[in-house]
Design a binder for this molecule. Structure first.
Ligand code: NAD
Length: 239
């Protein structure tokens, strides 16, 4: 099925591995010109040849600006922004430090604010754009296995998603997806069976399943969906 996004320029942050890589690969399959921006140069240099790589620390404002200028010069202005880069923290409230809090919020949330602020006006000017944020079930229910900083960063992603949906309308849609347990380097393989027991579909998710939802939200089929938060959790949370 043609999703109507052939030749669109897609930027996927944290696109060198895990969910971001699956999103980058899926958007390539749908005909997009994809740039994966990631701090991990080693993983970035092992990407499939169809995915362009840009080294970038998305928590740094000037690196975000340089990234967008380079993408615009070399490929074209960004049509589809996927704010996926993230780090996990598992510190308890007692153990957590202000440094951990600020680092997690800056990488997981402030980066998405900075990039959205930089790309949405140009998307509006050109009459089409998509912002898709990777949040987490932790942002809805608090951290089950993760820190308050992580859960708060993901709750913030939902507020940012809705604010960008209002600011970007009518030309730009902005939506979030909320995975729960997905098999990536971020998840602990020893805990997979334990998680699976709690999930109605009986297993943890696959990165490709998040990528499929992102491709749909990027497509023209989803033109009437904005400000929405999609749960992708195998039924673990039904709200
Ligand atoms: N795996 C899960 O179960 C799960 C569940 C809910 C939400 N998520 C979210 O999905 C997203 C992807 O997670 P994943 O499981 O693929 O994790 P991952 O650790 O495999 O991938 C995260 C990627 O982000 C990159 N990154 C980290 N800091 C960066 C920075 N400052 N600048 C640029 N890139 C940076 C990493 O290098 C890595 O390639 C994250 O936002 C995560 O919070 C994951």
């Amino acid at each position: 099925m043609d999703l109507g996004i052939i030749n669109k320029v897609a930027l996927v942050t944290g696109g060198a591995r895990g969910i971001g890589l699956a999103i980058a690969e899926r958007l390539v399959e749908e005909g997009c010109q994809v740039v994966a921006a990631d701090i991990d140069e080693h993983a970035g240099h092992n990407l499939p040849s169809e995915v362009s790589f840009a080294v970038c620390d998305v928590s740094d404002e000037s690196e975000c600006e340089e990234l967008l200028n380079a993408v615009a010069d070399q490929i074209g202005p960004v049509d589809i922004l996927v704010n996926n880069a993230g780090i996990q923290s598992v510190l308890s409230l007692e153990e957590a430090t202000l440094e951990d809090w600020e680092r997690v919020i800056r990488i997981n949330l402030t980066s998405a604010f900075m990039l959205s602020k930089l790309v949405v006006p140009e998307m509006k000017r050109r009459g089409w754009g998509r912002v898709i944020n990777i949040a987490s079930m932790a942002g809805k229910v608090g951290g089950l296995t993760v820190s308050a900083s992580y859960a708060t960063s993901k709750a913030g992603m939902m507020g940012l998603t809705k604010s960008v949906a209002r600011a970007g309308a009518p030309e730009v849609t902005s939506n979030a997806v909320c995975p729960a347990f997905i098999a990536t380097p971020m998840t602990d393989p020893e805990m997979e069976a334990e998680y699976a027991r709690q999930i109605p579909v009986g297993r943890i998710g696959r990165p490709e399943e998040i990528a499929a939802a992102v491709a749909f939200l990027a497509s023209d089929l989803a033109a009437y969906i904005t400000g929405e938060v999609f749960d992708l959790n195998g039924g673990l949370l039904m709200d």
